[in-house]
Design a protein. Structure first.
Length: 67
């Protein structure tokens, strides 16, 4: 008898969870609020930009193209 009640509980919670998920998706898709980003996001990173300076022809070509 206990196994049957556990199964019923799991079935019911799965159904309710699925209905809630579908309802949330429908509400989210119907809203007209679009998030648009017009600015560049500036972070607060402590890392420094490392530019590799090499005298190889590959680095020279890279820096010529990158300008």
């Amino acid at each position: 008898m206990k196994k049957n009640s556990r199964r019923e509980f799991l079935k019911n919670t799965t159904k309710v969870g699925a209905i809630a998920a579908v309802g949330g998706l429908m509400i989210n898709s119907c809203s007209d609020n679009e998030v648009k980003q017009n600015e560049v996001v500036v972070g607060k990173s402590n890392k420094e930009e490392i530019l590799y300076q090499g005298n190889t022809k590959y680095w020279k070509t890279y820096y010529l193209v990158a300008k």
